[in-house]
Design a protein around this ligand. Structure first.
Ligand code: GDP
Ligand code: MG
Length: 296
């Protein structure tokens, strides 16, 4: 590596819930680092995904969608978003076709006033036609004239190379922040709990998945099999019953789906045991939130 010609920096992805931030992150990294569902607030943490080539290290951050917090967990989620404002070399501001403005106007004002370069990604163009894309581009050019607008489809991977090319042009010169074989800052255990949480988001309705946290209690990597014990934390006794479900079948389904994804993720056989535990109102208890890895 020629250090003189090396570029590196932080590219922080922000935007409304559900616009496709995590989908893009995974496409960029080529790995499934962030969980994706059609539900808002799927992403709760700030997750780094790192793209390395000989002359570049691009450190992407996937963040929770911008919302007005109703409980402490959501306030903590917004702290991850705010932290993304502090160290960005480049912002990716993602919107979807037809969207008008951020859920939080003050974030948008900060974007307008920042001197940090912004790539405005117009996502989900696979659902639109050329005319709509043009109209949408014009709309955002007026609102945020300094941003470079790139229409993309994160889902189909359309425009992803263009994003990388643009970033490489404007990334600051500097030595890598992480070893060049690093993909993420998160330990394997984090992805195990996220994959399980994704299956909970997919299998349960209403408030229940939003009241769930997953803690990995044991992780034993034997030669041929990884043995994992995970605790599903809920906020109320009634939710425990819902998670376990009739004859334990719903929970079993979560276990089976998660195990299959984990086997792909680790390329190994997985033995997964799930337990359900009530930690009363953990979403508003700062002690619990800290324990689960949120900033207070
Ligand atoms: P996030 O909340 O911004 O991280 O959004 P996600 O990445 O979790 O995606 C939210 C939903 O939008 C999921 O159902 C995705 O499959 C879907 N989605 C993401 N990107 C695209 C896209 O380019 N086209 C279409 N049609 N759907 C997309
Ligand atoms: Mg997300």
């Amino acid at each position: 590596m020629n250090q003189k010609n090396h570029k590196s920096g932080f590219v922080n992805i922000i935007g409304n819930p559900n616009v496709g931030k995590s989908t893009l992150m995974n496409k960029l990294i080529g790995e499934r680092l962030s969980i994706i569902t059609s539900k808002a607030q799927t992403t709760r943490h700030r997750i780094l995904g790192i793209v390395n080539d000989e002359n570049h290290q691009i450190i992407f951050s996937d963040t929770p969608g911008i919302i007005q917090p109703n409980y402490n967990l959501q306030s903590s989620m917004m702290k991850f978003v705010k932290s993304a404002f502090q160290d960005a070399d480049i912002f990716i501001y993602m919107v979807e076709m037809g969207e008008k403005m951020l859920k939080d106007q003050s974030f948008f004002e900060r974007l307008k006033n920042t001197s940090i370069p912004i790539l405005l990604l117009l996502n989900k163009i696979d659902k639109s036609n050329q005319k709509e894309v043009e109209a949408c581009s014009e709309y955002w050019t007026e609102l945020l004239p300094k941003a470079k607008i790139i229409p993309i489809s994160a889902l189909e991977g359309f425009g992803v190379e263009k994003i990388l090319d643009e970033i490489k042009k404007i990334l600051p010169e500097g030595i890598p922040f992480y070893p060049k074989d690093t993909l993420t800052d998160r330990p394997e255990k984090f992805f195990v709990s996220e994959i399980i949480r994704e299956k909970i988001l997919l299998n349960y309705q209403k408030e229940v998945p939003y009241s769930v946290e997953v803690v990995i209690e044991s992780f034993k990597d034997d030669e041929k099999i990884i043995r994992i014990g995970a605790i599903i934390i809920v906020a109320r006794e009634t939710q425990k019953g819902i998670i376990i479900g009739h004859q334990g079948k719903p929970l079993k389904k979560v276990g089976t789906q998660a195990r299959k994804d984990l086997e792909i993720f680790f390329g190994k056989k997985i033995f997964l045991e799930l337990f359900v535990k009530v930690t009363k109102n953990w979403r508003d208890n700062n002690q619990d939130l800290k324990r689960f890895g949120y900033f207070i």
